[in-house]
Design a protein around this ligand. Structure first.
Ligand SMILES: Cc1ncc(COP(=O)(O)O)c(C=O)c1O
Length: 383
């Protein structure tokens, strides 16, 4: 094992038990997550209510600061929330749909939770505009540009699409939105931890994501980035006492919003989940997303070459520049092939209208990929 990334395998117990190729869905649990859970429980057990002032209340800021370098944003700009749905609700609730600027622009191929949240705002005057995809795999720039205008309040775009792992060229979309006075939220869930990000250079208004996938952080640790000038200018209506400038003054009436990222919080912080998530973030920071990306591109190419040699349909971009960390293989009878792979200890997943999603991460060996593909050869043959 000369590859330095493979040193990390020992930190992920599940790798000893199966071929784990599903980090686009649930990243493997790092051993250190258990120590983090223990630290949380020890504080609760031994310090009780004093734990709030001895660190728990600061958990959102601390956890967000571990994410900041992975997102390419300054410390103090990322707040922790439960998940992307909650983050989007906070962002949309900061907009005003009573005037002419009431459109929410989102891709048809976007992760449905974003669409569900936006649709809910129709009752408050929002209009939802869907951006079509020409091929069901990618979202080219032009259909976005023609749908973003002075009536647009918010553009929501996934940097990496969840079905095909296609990367979208978001810079011209952001520029167009800003030129007409609209804000942009990027959903970076399928990118963070496998695609290097520089959200500051993209000048995006907001970004949202979560931790269950490439960050190996587990559930309950969503995050929301707001550019500092945007955070200073907006106040979410979906809020709570943790977003108050002086939460422990328990002032009644309307919220006086905290400065900066904290105004996107809601109520009691999700301390245990965020502490657990820190274990994965530390490892991903240490391994480095550039190194993860280089390996990922090589190994996803290995999977695609195998598929091409067998004539399997690949529903993921061939071009390295526009492919995220997953390969979607649309083989005949793919739902059954997926079930049989799982039964044989090859852990992948299957999505309707897409196929089998297979993803190496920094802890995956070439031998594991080859073994998984050999099993797939048998199964596809048998169908
Ligand atoms: C792009 C994207 N956004 C959002 C989600 C999930 O949203 P939530 O954090 O609300 O569960 C997923 C996957 O689960 C996703 O792939």
């Amino acid at each position: 094992m000369t590859d330095p990334l493979l040193r990390w395998r020992a930190e992920f117990p599940i790798l000893d038990t199966c071929t784990y190729l599903v980090s686009h869905s649930l990243g493997a649990m790092p051993r250190a997550a258990r120590a983090q859970a223990d630290a949380f429980l020890d504080a609760w057990a031994s310090r009780g209510v004093r734990a709030w002032s001895e660190g728990w209340w600061e958990t959102s800021r601390q956890t967000g600061d571990l994410l900041a370098p992975l997102l390419g944003v300054p410390a103090g700009t990322v707040t922790m929330v439960q998940n992307v749905s909650v983050a989007q609700s906070a962002i949309v609730s900061s907009l005003d749909f009573t005037g002419p600027r009431r459109r929410l622009v989102v891709a048809e191929l976007d992760f449905p939770t974003n669409q569900y949240v936006f649709e809910g705002w129709r009752r408050h005057g929002a209009e939802v505009v869907y951006v079509p995809s020409p091929d069901g795999l990618t979202q080219p720039v032009e259909p976005w540009l023609s749908r973003i205008d002075e009536r647009t309040a918010l553009v929501c775009c996934s940097l990496v699409l969840f079905r095909s792992s296609a990367i979208t060229d978001v810079r011209p979309i952001i520029e167009r939105a800003h030129a007409v006075g609209a804000r942009v939220v990027l959903d970076v869930y399928q990118a963070t931890g496998t695609v290097p990000l520089d959200l500051t250079s993209l000048d995006v208004d907001f970004a949202v994501g979560g931790s269950v996938k490439w960050l190996c952080g587990g559930p309950g640790a969503g995050y929301l980035y707001a550019r500092p000038d945007v955070a200073a200018a907006v106040v979410p209506a979906a809020t709570g006492w943790a977003a108050h400038a002086r939460p422990f003054a328990f002032e009644t009436g309307a919220l006086d919003p905290a400065e900066g990222e904290a105004r996107f919080a809601s109520g009691t912080p999700n301390v245990s989940a965020w502490m657990i998530a820190q274990a994965g973030y530390r490892i991903v920071n240490e391994v480095g997303v550039e190194a993860i990306r280089a390996r990922s591109l090589r190994q996803t190419r290995r999977i695609m070459d195998h598929a091409a040699a067998r004539g399997w349909r690949v529903r993921t971009p061939q071009d390295d520049a526009w492919r995220g960390g997953t390969v979607t293989l649309d083989v005949p009878d793919s739902a059954r092939v997926a079930a049989d792979l799982l039964a044989r200890g090859v852990i992948i997943d299957h999505r309707p209208n897409a196929g089998i999603r297979m993803a190496p991460h920094f802890y995956t060996t070439d031998e594991e990929i080859d073994a998984a593909l050999a099993v797939m050869d048998d199964l596809v043959h048998a169908s």
